[in-house]
Design a protein around this ligand. Structure first.
Ligand code: AMP
Length: 225
């Protein structure tokens, strides 16, 4: 399955991505994770990306677009992939669509997780990262995934906060980008929604307000429909 998962920072994309990859074994490609790993590793890409990430700005398209298109050519992507965090603007959506067409690759599903902006902001400030696995869900403001004291609720690992999750100005900027339906991420979502019928792409919306299990239920039902 080739799938794009879209949702505001805080909407629960990571959790849904994990459920989806568990269902069909496709590889999860998170631009945020790739960029953060590059920053941590001190690579050239990381050095270029850090200032943008810290401020909540998008890393420029001339870095992220080739980075993702190259990643999709790797062997582990042959049996399907799930894009988490890409596209982030309309230009990235158009370039991805063109590249897939050129390679004769059909996009199967686009999922949009809908969530009110204020709820998304609260959730971001509450989320915690597990040292053992970024996808272990932990959020001090969501009962279903509250950490176990100050440790990961899944594996007991140490938890940390992302710098860009605690800076309100950076969060607001990230949300301005997401909720921009002219050029930003919602514009990318609507680009695919508008061509979905003619290209045979399934466009699915999920209610991100719901709890983790409810979202999982919605997802399974909509995939089976
Ligand atoms: P995320 O983990 O998806 O919230 O991404 C964290 C940060 O990485 C974003 O605020 C951006 O600075 C950067 N980033 C992630 N995905 C992209 C993308 N597709 N294009 C540009 N920048 C990105």
């Amino acid at each position: 399955m080739r799938l794009i998962l879209l949702g505001a920072p805080g909407a629960g994309k990571g959790t849904v991505a994990k459920q989806l990859t568990a269902i069909d074994g496709s590889v999860q490609i998170s631009t945020g994770d790739i960029l953060r790993a590059a920053v941590k590793g001190g690579t050239e890409l990381g050095k270029q990306a850090k200032a943008y990430i810290d401020k909540g700005d998008l890393v420029p398209d001339d870095i992220t677009i080739p980075m993702i298109l190259d990643r999709l050519k790797e062997d582990d992507c042959k049996s399907g992939w799930l894009l988490d965090g890409f596209p982030r603007n309309k230009n990235q959506a158009v370039k991805l669509h063109e590249a897939l067409k050129k390679e004769n690759m059909k996009l199967d599903i686009v999922i949009e997780m809908e969530l009110d902006r204020q709820i998304a902001k609260n959730r971001i400030m509450g989320r915690r990262l597990c040292v053992n696995d970024n996808n272990h869900p932990n959020n001090v403001y969501i009962d279903a995934i509250k950490p176990d004291g100050d440790k990961c609720r899944v594996c007991g690992g140490e938890l940390s906060k992302r710098d860009d999750d605690q800076d309100e100005a950076a969060i607001d900027k990230r949300h301005n980008i997401y909720y921009d339906d002219k050029e930003g991420t919602l514009a990318a979502a609507y680009y695919f929604r508008d061509i979905a019928d003619q290209e045979g792409i399934r466009y699915i919306t999920l209610d991100g307000k719901a709890g983790v299990e409810e979202v999982a239920d919605q997802l399974v039902k909509k995939l089976e429909a």
